[in-house]
Design a protein around this ligand. Structure first.
Ligand SMILES: *Cc1c(COP(=O)(O)O)cnc(C)c1O
Length: 378
């Protein structure tokens, strides 16, 4: 089956006694055992649940994994994955990272004795020289958030393999429709399902997709021990979102290209961070490893006043955190996602008071451009 078909029919084992077209929402914490010596398929929903199993099978098929697990948020998925590491382990990570992941690594995992090196993972020589005897994983976001840096997954996976290091990729921004890290040699894929997979800004969700049985068993063990699974109703919502993932992504991809091209021409915008420009750093890599560019654009505008005016005066774009939904959103990373970063570090990255991040939705692209135009000039 091709990808679009998998989005609807990946889990051919889905069956229930009523023959429901959609997987039924199985709202039960526990399941009645068939008999003392008989195995029942389900026992308790922290371990597994039919609605969740169906969604996990779908996401697993889309990413080409061995098994996937659905959690209550992207951060739960990352936290459970971090249980693979212990005191004394070293992890190399993309330095431009989702703010929540950065907070987890710096303020929680670090205190528990896990050491991190945050580097520009698009620099392979730097990556090689950052590997230590206790390096256990390389954690990548590509394109990164919010600076849209592109990392070569295949090249990193080759280096990691030589040193027996796990490669973990947060694939939230491009989704498996455009990028499948496990096929490029990664061992684990993480998602904030809250974003494109769910796609409607109505549900928090997270996924861990494992490439092999050994990792899958470990993640299952942590997950049943810790909890944080996605509820049956939320599984249903994410499953429903996934059915339209390809058509949403195609529309978002087209819209983002048009908007980024307009922004680039706009005299009030100093810099446009968009991976779909053919002269953008990393364009050759993203062309090679992904089949689309996604819907994320960051911009540096002329002045702080203009940044604030845009946030105040847009009418279709909503000034809100999050990304990846059908509605176009615009956010102020300095104030929201990256507010916890020390000022010097934030500014050194270019995340200053003139920096905005846009998540393009599925509205008419010219309405979106006119909305920005109005907010900038009127
Ligand atoms: C939002 C996001 C997360 C965290 O996911 P939640 O569902 O909000 O917990 C992790 N990584 C990336 C790239 C994100 O955009």
């Amino acid at each position: 089956m091709k990808f679009e078909t998998l989005c609807l029919h990946a889990d051919l084992n889905k069956k229930d006694e009523w023959g429901t077209l959609n997987q039924a929402i199985c709202q039960s914490a526990t399941f009645v055992h068939k008999g003392v010596d008989e195995d029942s398929p389900y026992s308790y929903s922290r371990l597994s649940n039919p609605t969740r199993a169906h969604l996990e099978n779908t996401v697993n098929a889309l990413e080409g994994g061995y098994r996937s697990y659905a959690f209550s948020s992207g951060m739960t998925a990352i936290t459970v994955t971090m249980m693979l590491f212990k005191r004394g382990d070293h992890i190399i990570s993309t330095y431009d990272l989702y703010g929540g992941a950065l907070r987890l690594f710096n303020n929680v995992c670090n205190s528990n004795g896990i050491e991190f090196s945050f580097i520009d993972t698009s620099d392979l020589e730097l990556l090689k020289s950052s590997i230590k005897p206790n390096t256990k994983a390389i954690y990548i976001e590509t394109p990164s958030n919010p600076l849209m840096q592109v990392t070569d997954i295949l090249a990193i996976a080759e280096i990691a393999k030589k040193h027996n290091i796990l490669v973990i990729v947060d694939n939230t921004f491009l989704t498996p429709y455009y990028q499948r890290p496990l096929e490029l040699g990664a061992s684990i894929v993480i998602h904030s399902g809250t974003k494109y997979l769910g796609g409607h800004n109505d549900t928090l969700a997270g996924f861990v997709v494992c490439k092999n049985e050994e990792l899958a068993q470990k993640i299952l063990y942590f997950s049943k021990t810790i909890g944080g699974q996605l509820s049956p109703f939320d599984c249903f919502l994410i499953e429903r979102g996934i059915k339209t993932l390809p058509i949403r992504m195609d529309k978002i991809n087209d819209n983002a290209y048009k908007i980024a091209t307009w922004l680039r021409e706009c005299d009030k915008i100093k810099k446009v961070y968009y991976v779909g420009f053919n002269d953008y750093k990393g364009y050759d890599i993203i062309k090679k490893q992904s089949s689309g560019f996604g819907g994320m654009i960051s911009i540096e505008v002329e002045s702080e006043e203009l940044a604030k005016k845009i946030l105040r005066d847009v009418k279709i774009f909503q000034y809100a955190e999050s990304l990846g939904g059908v509605d176009s959103l615009i956010t102020y990373p300095m104030r929201q996602t990256h507010a916890d970063l020390p000022k010097e570090e934030r500014e050194a990255k270019g995340i200053n008071e003139r920096f905005l991040r846009i998540s393009v939705g599925i509205e008419n692209p010219y309405d979106l451009i006119n909305d920005l135009k109005g907010a900038i000039y009127d």
